[in-house]
Write a protein that binds this ligand. Structure first.
Ligand SMILES: Cc1cc2nc3c(=O)[nH]c(=O)nc-3n(C[C@H](O)[C@H](O)[C@H](O)COP(=O)(O)O)c2cc1C
Length: 191
């Protein structure tokens, strides 16, 4: 079966992050983001893909700062509030009833109630015709200790980080569930 081009993103689950930014005038903005990934280990840089018409992109260009917040599944309603195309003067913390979580290295605040916060500074923008790739340096990364063990592993069954399957008519919010198979990293090497 061949999928039509606009249905291709259905082939795999995508993460749901909330990106918080601030305009140059100090208006706080939040937007959900799925096209986002660390650039290899150890999460020193990340890349996100943004359509051109995004307040998030404009704010990142203006201030050079953003926070990647990892929401738990119970923030799905707030995620959808922040997905609306409000005008740039709207404070999306107030709209979504979310509380700021103070950042340590940048001015833009994170979001209280999230599982992890990666404070980022803009490193490079790769501008294409309709979208832009934003590369950010993670300058501070903090996690909610109540969902992580002493080794720094997330208890994901309890933390319930949010992901999404983009269906034909609607988005299906999902979360990871353990399959029963674990693997040591050593298993990746032949010798
Ligand atoms: C689950 C989800 C994932 C999204 N991922 C992206 C994305 O990766 N890139 C993008 O440009 N927009 C994405 N969007 C759309 C933006 O979040 C949405 O257009 C939002 O209003 C942008 O807000 P802003 O203009 O304040 O930046 C996503 C929306 C949802 C609901």
């Amino acid at each position: 079966m061949i999928l039509e081009p606009r249905k291709r993103e259905q082939i795999m689950p995508l993460p749901v992050a909330l990106i918080s930014t601030m305009s140059k005038d100090g208006v706080r903005n939040i937007a959900p983001w799925s096209n986002i990934t660390p650039i290899l280990r150890p999460y020193e840089e990340i890349v996100l893909a943004s359509w051109i018409k995004r307040d998030t992109l404009i704010n990142i260009r203006q201030t050079g700062e953003f926070v990647i917040n990892i929401p738990p599944a119970n923030l799905a309603d707030a995620v959808m509030v922040c997905s609306k195309n409000y005008s740039p003067e709207v404070d999306e913390f107030l709209k979504a009833g979310l509380t700021p979580f103070p950042s340590k290295q940048i001015k833009v605040p994170g979001i209280e109630g999230c599982l992890a916060w990666a404070e980022c500074k803009l490193v490079e923008e790769i501008l294409r015709e309709k979208y832009s790739l934003v590369i950010g340096q993670v300058v501070h990364l903090e996690v909610n200790a109540s969902f992580f063990n002493e080794d720094g592993d997330m208890d994901f069954e309890r933390a319930r980080p949010l992901s999404v399957m983009l269906g034909n008519e609607q988005m299906w919010f999902t979360r990871p569930v353990f399959t029963g198979r674990k693997a040591d990293y050593a298993e990746m090497f032949d010798k």
